[in-house]
Design a protein around this ligand. Structure first.
Ligand code: NAP
Length: 479
């Protein structure tokens, strides 16, 4: 902890908040304060905005190869420090160390991927239909960006935005979640070490997100907002972005359906369920939220899932052998408790878990609920915890209709051995991503994102950089 920066990173320099304010960072496994970090106010974010705006023109002119090599160096530094970064992440966020190591590697991959994309930004040229006019197309960085990230993947949600922004030639202000500022500050230090010029990335940690971000979005100098977080906050930010017509990318909440058909391989389905439900203790936008299981296999699936979930070891993420760490904070855990209580009141059977343990830390046990009433609140609320809610179905049309009966559309999971059914059902699901006989879809080389109220735009893949680029069309008549 001693070497981790705790100040704001503005114009390439570490500084305190102008009014000297700080905020605590808690360890969710103990409830104890780990350290304090600078708590930025409006004056600090204005300075960060000045730095990003000033650096933009020169940064946009930097050779793509130079931008690529900075990302590549940062990728290598991250990989050299996997353990250190994983410990930092676990201490502020709670996920078990093996998962934290996995996230560090996943986060680094976005830098490797976008180091490769930086040198492949293409343009175009053509003769227009009249045969006289020529068209030259070039790609330009969109300009200074505001990047806002959540606490659940403290490093990867940052690199998934910073990587393409650097590759495209944009400058930026990153505002991480107040629960997990340390991973982002460590990332800024790594990028500085990798040679990122001053002012290209600025990091402001703050407990006053609304107060400091709104002037940036309405001010007209920030040209792009890339946000990952809840749909509720996404809507507010979209409205604020309208004034200055700020371009937006929105990675919002989910309510993923997990469909198990009667012809599914149950071993594969249970493995998939463990991943789709338990990755990150269920605190993932991609987490399976509603398990629709065919009535002929529901009992067997529930029994096997409960057995696997019940065998997981709950405890502090830094302890050896722990599979499930604490939830992020008391509010997050209280929400899970309320959703489970509501489902049980409506007649759900608790196959395993369902009881908050005594003692410090925000722990909640892996829980499987069977026979869940479809009217239960957890069917239309992101649970964001280790709770699998099983409902049954009998008919394909019926389950597709129920799966789509939600304002969200991030991801869906389909388990069947039939190719026809696999394709038919996947194509009918109103989601941006489908896991077919798998519980994991995230991959830096694939376009990640949702439809409906789960978001706008995509991150990762070939299209990830497009979100940070504009076209310029040059009209050239030839006499
Ligand atoms: P959140 O409450 O929406 O917060 C996300 C970020 O927005 C935080 O940094 C937060 O800071 C900031 N924020 C909140 N209000 C703001 C405002 N008025 N102006 C500017 N910034 C503001 O979400 P969360 O609880 O951190 O994360 C969980 C949510 O993220 C879930 O819904 C999950 O599904 C979603 N998520 C989506 C994806 C995806 O790729 N689709 C990935 C991961 C997570 P403060 O906490 O200080 O308000």
């Amino acid at each position: 902890m001693t070497d981790t920066p705790t100040q704001l990173f503005i114009g390439g320099t570490w500084v305190d908040a102008a009014d000297g304010a700080t905020m605590p960072v808690d360890d969710p496994a103990t409830g104890e304060i780990l350290c304090h970090v600078a708590d930025a106010g409006a004056k600090d974010t204005r300075l960060a905005e000045d730095a990003a705006v000033q650096a933009q023109e020169e940064w946009a002119r930097t050779a793509p190869r130079a931008r690529s090599e900075i990302l590549r160096r940062a990728y290598e530094i991250i990989l050299d420090r996997v353990d250190e970064l994983a410990h930092l992440m676990t201490s502020e966020m709670g996920k078990p160390l093996p998962e934290a190591r996995g996230e560090v590697a996943y986060a680094a991959e976005f830098f490797r991927w976008f180091s490769e994309e930086a040198v492949r930004i293409d343009g175009g040229a053509g003769i227009l239909p009249d045969g006289r006019n020529r068209m030259l197309l070039s790609r330009r960085p969109v300009g200074p960006c505001l990047l806002i990230t959540p606490w659940n993947f403290p490093l990867a949600m940052g690199t998934r935005k910073i990587g393409p922004a650097i590759a495209a030639g944009c400058t930026m202000i990153l505002k991480p979640a107040p629960q997990t500022p340390l991973s982002s500050l460590a990332l800024a230090a790594i990028l500085k070490e990798a040679g990122l010029p001053d002012g290209v990335l600025n990091v402001v940690t703050t407990s006053r997100a609304g107060e400091v971000c709104e002037p940036l979005l309405r001010g007209g100098r920030i040209r792009k907002l890339s946000f990952t977080g809840s749909t509720q906050v996404g809507r507010i930010l979209l409205a604020q972005s309208a004034d200055a017509v700020v371009r937006t990318s929105m990675e919002l909440g989910g309510n993923a359906p997990f469909l198990v058909f009667d012809d599914a391989d149950l071993d594969v389905a249970v493995d998939g369920a463990m991943l789709a439900k338990m990755r990150n203790m269920g605190e993932a936008c991609t987490a399976a939220n509603r398990f629709f299981v065919h009535s002929s296999v529901a009992e067997e699936f529930g029994r096997r899932l409960a057995e696997r979930m019940g065998a997981l070891v709950v405890g502090p993420g830094t302890r050896d052998g722990v599979d499930v760490g604490p939830l992020i904070d008391a509010t997050g855990r209280a929400k899970v408790e309320e959703l489970v209580a509501d489902a049980v009141e409506r007649g759900a059977e608790v196959l395993v878990g369902g009881r908050t343990p005594e003692g410090p830390g925000c722990f909640y046990p892996p829980t499987v609920l069977a026979g869940v009433d479809p009217e239960s609140r957890l069917m239309d609320t992101e649970i964001f915890g280790p709770v699998a809610a099983i409902v049954t179905f009998d008919d394909e049309d019926e389950v597709v209709r129920r799966a789509n009966d939600t304002p969200w559309g991030l991801v869906g999971y389909v388990f069947t051995e039939g190719l026809d059914r696999a394709l038919r059902v996947s194509e009918r699901l109103e989601v941006g991503m489908v896991g077919l006989n798998t519980g994991l879809v995230s991959n830096p080389a694939a376009p990640f994102g949702g439809v409906k109220q789960s978001g706008l735009g995509r991150e990762g893949g070939r299209v990830g950089i497009e979100e940070f680029l504009e076209y310029q069309y040059l009209a050239v008549p030839v006499r």
